[in-house]
Design a protein around this ligand. Sequence first.
Ligand code: 3HC
Length: 311
Amino acid sequence: MSFFTSLTKRSLSQTAAMSAAIKNVTVIGSGLMGAGIAQVAAQTGHSVTMVDIDEVAVTKAQKRISDSIQRVAKKKFGGEVEEATKFVSESVARLTTSTDAVASVSSADLVVEAIVENLDVKKKLFAELDKAAPSHTIFASNTSSLSIAKIADATTRKDRFGGLHFFNPVPVMKLLEVVRIPETSQDTFEAMRDWGKAMGKVTVECKDTPGFIVNRLLIPYLMEAVRLMERGDASAKDIDVAMKLGAGHPMGPLELLDYVGLDTGKFILDGWHENDPDRELFQPSPLVDKLVTAGKFGVKSGEGFYKYDKK
Ligand code: 3HC
């Protein structure tokens, strides 16, 4: 039997004017990031609706969440089986799923979008949600590379729009980047930041600049590692061992690129290169391009710089 119940309409009283705290959260997109955000929101007491385009995607995400939440419970409660079981069942009971994005926002305090990194697709989605969501609902994108301002352009609520950028794996990584555009109101910014804290994250504030803080530093570093390897200066394994043991990183850069997804890394870099073609750090990597063209995206496809059991 599935842990998850189907989408039910929440009571109208829950759609009342914006309260201090965000309670009802809709997460659009059930990929790695969307599922992780939905999971952590449910674990931290929020009422969550996770949305994707079809049941296949939703079912896959439910399986991932079930596995991950067991790991979280084990870490949190150790051998206390009863407490762990209660934590898991209460968390999943707070999580409903839907394949109807428009219906899913009718009582949302916050919508977090984590769908495909395509500006037009995101704008189309938000334009539709803007018509359906209550006026108090805050909209946020988890985009890792697109301009929040350009996405917000599709809506009539730029003052209630911002970026909430999480890190993979969401249940483990402690950081949340809270991104504001010039129109983001102080109330909206504070509500997003406070929600991040309620999710158990440490928040940092950032303007709507390419890569925000982490990716602006991380992606050029990862690509420099690929270039080091492409030049034949060191092997993938030695580069990874070096950064783990010499710099104390949990993963080496090539392992991390496999983990994040070579396609994601390439997408981010290509976007920056297009906007700033002369910047050396943003130059495309022929090796990454070749691997992505061959469908070698890293962990998720079973091969990148290394080979994995296919997920
Ligand atoms: N769900 C729940 N718990 C998880 C988990 C998941 N998906 N993945 C790992 N964990 C838990 C494990 O249960 C384990 O708990 P324990 O300490 O009680 O044993 C703990 O995390 C460590 O996991 P593992 O023992 O399996 O493996 P590692 O010690 O190697 O840690 C890692 C795995 C947390 C992924 C670590 O290697 C790491 O921090 N790597 C770097 C990840 C990173 O940099 N992420 C950011 C990428 S950039 C990004 O996301 C932005 C985007 O826009 C591109």
